[in-house]
Design a protein around this ligand. Sequence first.
Ligand SMILES: Nc1nc2c(ncn2[C@@H]2O[C@H](COP(=O)(O)OP(=O)(O)OP(=O)(O)O)[C@@H](O)[C@H]2O)c(=O)[nH]1
Ligand SMILES: [Mg+2]
Length: 363
Amino acid sequence: MTHPWSNERIIGLVGPKGSGKTFLLNALLGTDPEDLERLLQEDSQDDPSVGVVTWRDIDIALLDNLDQEALLHAADALIFVIASSDGVDAQTAELWQRCVDEEIPRLVVITKLDDVRADMDETVAVLRRLFSEGPELIRLTMPVLDDDENLAGFIDLATTEIWDWTTPDLSIVNSDPEHVALIADAREELIADIAMISESDGLTSSVVMGMQPSIETIIDALEEASIGGYAQLIVGHGLRENDITVGTELILDLIVDALPDPSLRLTPVVASPDGSAQLPIDADPKSPLVAEVIHADMDSLSLVRIYSGELRKQLHTNNGLVEIQEITEITNNLVWISTDRPLKQLATISLPSKPLIIQDVNV
Ligand SMILES: Nc1nc2c(ncn2[C@@H]2O[C@H](COP(=O)(O)OP(=O)(O)OP(=O)(O)O)[C@@H](O)[C@H]2O)c(=O)[nH]1
Ligand SMILES: [Mg+2]
């Protein structure tokens, strides 16, 4: 049986105020650039929002403006959005530390690389100093400028290919010798870093023997380290003329390839209402229903994450029986529901026949 959630990723966007979270979300969704600036001006842009983009058959749900606790419950992984021109605030640094402690998978996107003050090398160095306690931070890309000094694309340090957004459609081309020379140090550093933490014997021994590991070996090791939480990958993003967003497809690939399949994560630990232990639940539609209200509005519209089972018309929640009036599916395990009375945020929901209580959702 294919797992109901294995073709989904729920990703939360976090980072300092104004770092470009909503902008990045819309770039990833493919929002028409002409609508984007107007959208960013609207008051409603601060409301909790969920957008879904399907990339290589994976439904990626992106969450923006959820409060931090809700986000940590709801998301399978976080993207830290850091503007190259602005740096990191204390709250973001604290959240990073919490992700280290709770082993929450994450990626880092450095934004606004088109800004005249942007310096990706410097931002990477700042992040490494700031986040030195946690797993290794590994930078995957370097910005490429065109003849007019505008952001044109990124060099992938693992493959040495250039992702070029100056053509009408994104093109991925081999870099010329001049580029290869320019990135030699950064690439060497990437290979040394990944060899140090990789569990791949092939990679470590080829580095020790002074040989160039194959591109496949490097990529496998990077993805494995990111999925396993030994390394956090850093990539860039920015804007070029005609409102073309640069770096977007690379980030979508990384979400699919370098973040863990949520179906492989443990479902929340659950107990009976009397506190007695339950067997571990399985994230199966036929299992007992275990769900959580991620976000609740005054007008009884709630964002709900389903961990196992299926939603029915009537729900037994921590604060009593609730009738569902409408369900709008976002992905298999994320839905908006409207109910006859408001739900409490982070309240848990369970089936009446097999009541379950979520004890700890930080799994
Ligand atoms: N030039 C340039 N501007 C950007 C980029 N990303 C975001 N911006 C601009 O930066 C401003 C803030 O971006 P938002 O996406 O609203 O930032 P945010 O992180 O959602 O902000 P809050 O929701 O207030 O925390 C907007 O005016 C964006 O147009 C980028 O890559 N390049
Ligand atoms: Mg925003």
